[in-house]
Design a protein around this ligand. Structure first.
Ligand code: ATP
Ligand code: MN
Length: 483
């Protein structure tokens, strides 16, 4: 049996003058002779030279774009330009035909919108194959980063009963019938008859459970799907997305920022080092896409330059209060160019404000800290009052990236029982529902901190794609749960 080699391995090891077998899909076939074969192991194709004189014309006719085939022959130094090696085929077998009249994809550029409607086939384009190989490498790099630092990967539940976190609107999980839903005497839905004997939802975040783990394991992280039924039809929101949430005992806000910045630099560096071919494809795609934009809206850097820039420069760190000052005095604010004018301290920042800070003012990633308590979650640690800061703040940090806006949201957590409970009361969060969470503060509480990184926002940044729906295989968003 002749060994089947993956194209990535062939191009890496170049086993010249040996008989090998390759299996993959036809990318192109020209002059009845030169076949470009791809098997997904790399962005590069292998040139297969078909011996057309000794091959059945019936077979030659079936070597269409998209067909799945096997080719066997000798690997030789390429006679032509454009590649170093080529397979001189002696055998061609067709596994699956691909009728060009019916196949929705064409061997030419197709719009991302069209491909989104054909998401079941879009892996077969060079762009999406590159995106999903990079997505994989990023996931691997994240695990590697935490593994190298002794973190424990904690799997937090997907179905939860806690709906107090307030990170977003939740999807309900139930087995109760729609018709004849059981009711209590007072007419409310009787969840005691539901599967879990209580009302349950899909998780919006694994943080609260991760905190429980950190209180014994020290350093944990989650990496799992999260769900938000938010009606956000934006290029940065999904209803189902993956989140990485480290939680570290004894870390304060500074440590938390260092960890997040270190992680982002590490994983971006990892992709630069290991995905050069795929980045090249995406870089070229981006250059093409930018051509349709007016000159002043085109980015000043190529994709790899942008990635390099992020790891070569320290992120800018400043407080929310300082950011508000910058925004208030900014040209777009004074000229009324912001859709949401920045008037005063205390309001949440809109993505136009975040992007101004990152893209125009600092021109690099920014970490904003110490937000007003009013606009942040109950579990964030309350800061001591500070001169020049108009209201109470919490030890929050958001990392803002060019083209993306918020990519990471995190905080030092409130470890002081009394202060935490007081804040919960103020925010009308029922204590009983979170008694298990409060136990961490009652028994061996300690300072700790963590954050959530939206995985797709990271993939978006690294691949230079512009719509988050193009960096997850089968996106879920309002009105769409196809495939
Ligand atoms: P945004 O203001 O952009 O909606 P958020 O404040 O709701 O974000 P967090 O609750 O802090 O975000 O979630 C942590 C991270 O998860 C965010 O920094 C972001 O990277 C990511 N994220 C949040 N919501 C979504 C979503 N709907 N789709 C994809 N990623 C998301
Ligand atoms: Mn949100």
């Amino acid at each position: 049996m002749t060994k089947r080699l993956k194209i990535a391995e062939i191009l890496r090891t170049e086993p010249l003058n040996t008989t090998i077998q390759v299996k993959g899909w036809v990318k192109a076939f020209r002059n009845n002779q030169f076949l470009a074969l791809n098997d997904g192991s790399t962005a590069s194709n292998l040139q297969v030279v078909v011996d057309f004189e000794n091959t059945d014309t019936a077979i030659l006719d079936r070597l269409k774009f998209g067909a799945a085939i096997r080719a066997q022959g000798t690997l030789i130094e390429s006679q032509g330009k454009g590649q170093k090696v080529e397979l001189k085929a002696t055998e061609i077998e067709i596994y699956g035909d691909c009728n060009p009249e019916e196949f929705p994809l064409q061997p030419k550029k197709q719009t991302l919108e069209f491909l989104r409607e054909h998401a079941h086939l879009r892996f077969r384009t060079n762009t999406f194959a590159a995106v999903f190989r990079i997505r994989h490498k990023l996931a691997f790099a994240i695990h590697k980063f935490f593994e190298d630092r002794g973190f424990v990967y904690l799997h937090t539940p997907v179905i939860t009963a806690s709906d107090a976190e307030g990170a977003g609107e939740m999807f309900r999980v139930t087995t109760l019938p729609f018709d004849g839903t059981p009711r209590t005497e007072s007419g409310e839905v009787d969840f005691s008859q539901d599967f879990f004997k209580r009302s349950t939802n899909l998780t919006v975040s694994g943080q609260l459970e991760a905190e429980l783990g950190a209180m014994a394991l020290g350093e944990v992280y989650t990496f799992g799907p999260t769900f938000r039924a938010e009606n956000s039809n934006t290029t940065r929101h999904l209803a189902e997305f993956w989140m990485i949430e480290p939680e570290v005992a004894f870390n304060d806000l500074q440590d938390n920022m260092d960890l997040a910045e270190g992680m982002l630099s590490f994983v971006i560096g990892y992709v630069l080092e290991h995905c050069a071919d795929d980045l090249k494809i995406l870089e070229e795609r981006l250059i093409e896409e930018e051509k349709s934009k007016p000159q002043d809206q085109r980015s000043e850097m190529t994709l790899t330059e942008k990635l390099r820039f992020v790891i070569d420069n320290k992120f800018e760190r400043l407080t929310y209060t300082e950011a508000i000052d910058i925004l208030k005095n900014s040209t777009p604010n004074k000229k009324g160019k912001f859709q949401y004018p920045v008037e005063g301290w205390g309001t949440d920042l809109q993505s136009e404000h975040e992007r101004y800070l990152v893209e125009k003012h600092f021109k690099k990633p920014v970490i904003l800290t110490n937000y007003p308590a009013e606009i942040k979650a109950f579990y964030m640690r309350q800061d001591d009052p500070k001169e020049g800061v108009p209201g109470p703040t919490v030890a929050a940090m958001d990392i803002l990236f060019p083209g993306i806006g918020e990519i990471v949201g995190g905080s030092q957590r409130e470890e002081r029982y009394d202060l935490l409970v007081r804040r919960m009361h103020e925010m009308h969060i029922p204590e009983e529902e979170l008694s298990w969470y409060l136990d961490t503060r009652r028994f061996g509480s300690c300072p700790h901190a963590g954050y959530g990184l939206g995985f797709e926002r990271l993939v978006l940044f690294v691949t230079g794609m512009t719509n988050i729906r193009d960096v997850i295989a089968f996106p879920r968003y309002p009105g769409s749960a196809e495939f």
